[in-house]
Design a protein around this ligand. Structure first.
Ligand SMILES: [Zn+2]
Length: 291
């Protein structure tokens, strides 16, 4: 049986450090199948999905929502990932089939399809206006870009590790990551110790494959044998689109324009970017929306 995806939250060194560790292999694999994405796009979107799922877990209430947009200058176009605090997530890229050669070191060239741009984070936490934070991409390899976002936009420096790798048979073998966040009481000694451990980790996917146990990974990356798990959730790639929501966008379009589209195409078909589900409307259905 396939292992389920899991996200676990920990406190280390007597509440000095918060740690999130996630295995998102199924989510990333499902994204790839759904969009027939190339390996390099799967890596780019997968890393973004892993980081955004952890950020969704950082929200406080079940109904709080997060959207992360990467407006890339490169051929991938935009990457968009949304989700809520129950970790139902959805993701898409404008051009999922873009492909380029690997780097000379054999790694997928994620920065080669992203090529700079902007990272925007929108958090809807039930207030009148959503919280919006933004920064430039600094490396286009995604993990460094999220670390830069945390340091500059949220003033919470974190260590961010994200990875997606493929087996020889070309399936997503492991998609995983972790974020280590020093809390206000963290001592310099603890921070230095964790920094030194993580300096020597070159691949989060290899680490996870070698250790193959999330709790042991959490101990390893912090060096704290007494680390406490305080939460466990199962993240899912699951779209929340429905016909009602599509109807709202048709209403926003206006009756004349909506009917014009119907008449020009002899159909009115809307495809959800996130899950590719098609919604079809007859002329009568469109007219009824405006009564
Ligand atoms: Zn959908």
């Amino acid at each position: 049986m396939k292992q389920k995806d899991v996200l676990k939250k920990y406190l280390a060194y007597d509440n000095q450090v918060r740690v999130f560790v996630i295995d998102a292999t199924n989510m990333v694999s499902n994204f790839r199948d759904l969009h027939q994405a190339s390996n390099v796009v799967t890596a780019a979107v997968g890393r973004t999905l892993i980081a955004t799922t952890i950020m969704a877990d950082m929200l406080k209430n079940d109904s709080d929502r997060i959207t992360v947009q990467i407006k890339a200058n490169g051929p991938i176009g935009n990457i968009v990932v949304c989700g809520d605090n129950t970790l139902n997530m959805k993701a898409y890229a404008t051009n999922p089939q873009v492909d380029i050669a690997k780097k000379s070191n054999g790694k997928l060239d994620v920065s080669g399809i992203v090529c700079g741009g902007k990272l925007t984070v929108i958090k809807d936490i039930g207030l009148k206006e959503p919280y919006v934070g933004m920064c430039d991409l600094v490396s286009s390899e995604i993990a460094e870009d999220f670390a830069y976002y945390f340091a500059t936009s949220e003033q919470t420096p974190c260590a961010v590790f994200l990875g997606v790798n493929f087996s020889k048979e070309n399936i997503v073998q492991k998609a995983c990551g972790y974020i280590i966040e020093p809390l206000p009481d963290a001592s310099d000694e603890v921070i230095t110790k964790i920094e030194n451990i993580n300096l020597n980790i070159s691949s989060v996917t290899n680490l996870m494959l070698d250790i193959n146990n999330i709790d042991e990974v959490a101990k390893f990356i912090t060096g704290d044998e007494n680390i406490k798990c305080i939460e466990e959730k199962e993240p899912l790639l699951k779209c929340d689109c429905n016909k009602k929501r599509i109807e709202k966008t048709i209403i926003a379009l206006g009756k004349d324009d909506a009917l014009k589209i119907y008449d020009e195409n002899n159909k009115f078909e809307v495809c959800c970017h996130f899950c590719n589900k098609k919604y079809c409307f007859s002329r009568e259905e469109i007219e009824r929306l405006f009564i």
